[in-house]
Design a protein around this ligand. Structure first.
Ligand code: NAD
Ligand code: MG
Length: 387
């Protein structure tokens, strides 16, 4: 049997290394075409050598020589800069993991989609920002998008793809993050170190902060709307602190289907890697007797205003989701750099949405322009806040 060709965009991150783990455990089944990273030359070169990748691309153009040096004698071709990331994504591969964080993943993810074939999508920010444009490109190329995000992967597994009209509601579960029970006054003082310490999942810094503000759930609401178009009013967000149920689908007859598992991303990644078959993964198994109970509560819109901001952006559509995402990326980076407080993140996102109102994007270039405009507005808001 011929091996499947695969590429991993964002190979050095949390999702990327979990994907590499599964690929390397099954190296007889997979042949690695291209790997990318932003600045971790050593991690990228090491993964490329281990897997015998054909091409490695580093996003930071200044690191091209260092990557070439690290790969010398290996026969692995390499490139640097944003163009090289797109080149890597455009190489023919049966399966591509899109796991770059943020809008930086949009151009490479679009290149992978335009090639047709299967794209496992972790890079939610690109779908949130470019939604209809990205879905049109997917239809045009015949690519198949498989959701990696644990909630969307759960919904995918429970969803009636044949007749979505039988679905009455989709329930997106949320852990509630590290500040689920904290008072607003205490939340005003939390540090980046506290915000990235997620109670259940180990993830990159940006998504960890998003999980703490619940903006992650807001982005996931928009992501789910694009992947499972049952109507914006049919999505409910439910806080479930144990992160055992990854999401649920309710049917018109009252049945509710759920997908459960331990919080290990190798389960949803493995699902997309083997789909439509199944593969073994090393994820710990669920021990429900040890967990003993599953709790649920409604999210608190007062302490977590990001949820309403995201729902408004979803309902208004047009440029709003891209503005929400870009302003959030800027604010999260500023929070991680110690420039603004935790509660300022959603405050700034709200202000940018109030101030900036460009027309709906019709093409990918429009999405990039909205992203830049939103970032500039977010910087102005932060300067005003600091003054
Ligand atoms: P991470 O920070 O651990 O890794 C990000 C990857 O993207 C790295 O390989 C990095 O080199 C690359 N990257 C970062 N900035 C880049 C840039 N400017 N240009 C090119 N490459 C760049 O992040 P992560 O936690 O692995 O998350 C990746 C994506 O998956 C995010 O969109 C996140 O929302 C999504 N996701 C992650 C998890 C998780 O458990 N980690 C779960 C669901 C969804
Ligand atoms: Mg998720």
């Amino acid at each position: 049997m011929s091996r499947r060709t695969i590429s991993i965009l964002g190979a050095t991150g949390s999702i990327g290394t979990s994907t590499l783990d599964l690929v390397e455990r099954n190296s007889d089944l997979h042949e690695v075409v291209a790997l990318t990273a932003n600045s971790d030359v050593a991690g990228l070169a090491d993964a490329a050598r281990r897997t015998g990748a054909r091409f490695a691309a580093i996003g930071d153009a200044a690191l091209g020589d260092a990557l070439a040096e690290a790969l010398s004698g290996s026969g692995i071709a390499c490139g640097a800069g944003e163009g090289a990331l797109v080149d890597a994504a455009a190489m023919d591969a049966d399966w591509t993991m899109a796991s770059i964080v943020g809008i930086a993943g949009l151009a490479p993810t679009m290149a992978a989609i335009r090639r047709g074939r299967t794209v496992a999508l972790a890079n939610k920010e690109s779908l949130v920002s470019a939604g209809p444009v990205m879905l049109a490109a997917t239809r045009e190329s015949g690519a198949r998008l498989l959701p990696v995000d644990s909630e969307h992967n759960a919904i995918f597994q429970c969803f009636d793809h044949e007749d979505p009209s039988r679905v009455s509601k989709i329930i997106l579960t949320a852990s509630g993050g590290p500040f689920r029970t904290m008072s607003l006054a205490d939340m005003a003082r939390v540090t980046p170190a506290q915000a990235v310490r997620h109670p259940n999942w180990s993830m990159g810094a940006k998504i960890s902060v998003d999980s703490a503000t619940l903006m992650n759930k807001g982005l996931e609401l928009i992501e789910a709307h694009h992947l499972f178009p049952v109507g914006a009013d049919r999505f409910e967000i439910l806080v479930h602190p144990q992160s055992v149920i990854h999401s649920m689908v309710e049917y018109i007859d009252g049945s509710v289907l759920a997908q459960l598992g331990t919080p290990d991303m190798r389960t949803p990644i493995g699902h997309t890697l083997a789909w439509p078959a199944r593969m073994e993964t090393p994820s710990p198994r669920l021990d429900l007797a040890a967990i003993a109970r599953l709790d649920f509560e409604a999210p608190d819109p007062v302490r977590f205003p990001a949820l309403d901001l995201a729902r408004e952006a979803l309902e208004a559509g047009g440029a709003r989701p891209a503005i929400l995402n870009a302003a959030n990326e800027v604010a999260v980076a500023a929070f991680l750099a110690g420039r603004i407080g935790f509660l300022d993140i959603a405050f700034i996102v709200g202000k940018v949405l109030d101030r900036y109102d460009p027309p709906a994007p019709l093409a990918i270039e429009d999405v990039f322009a909205i992203d830049s405009g939103s970032r500039a507005t977010a910087w102005q808001m932060m300067e005003a806040l600091a003054a």
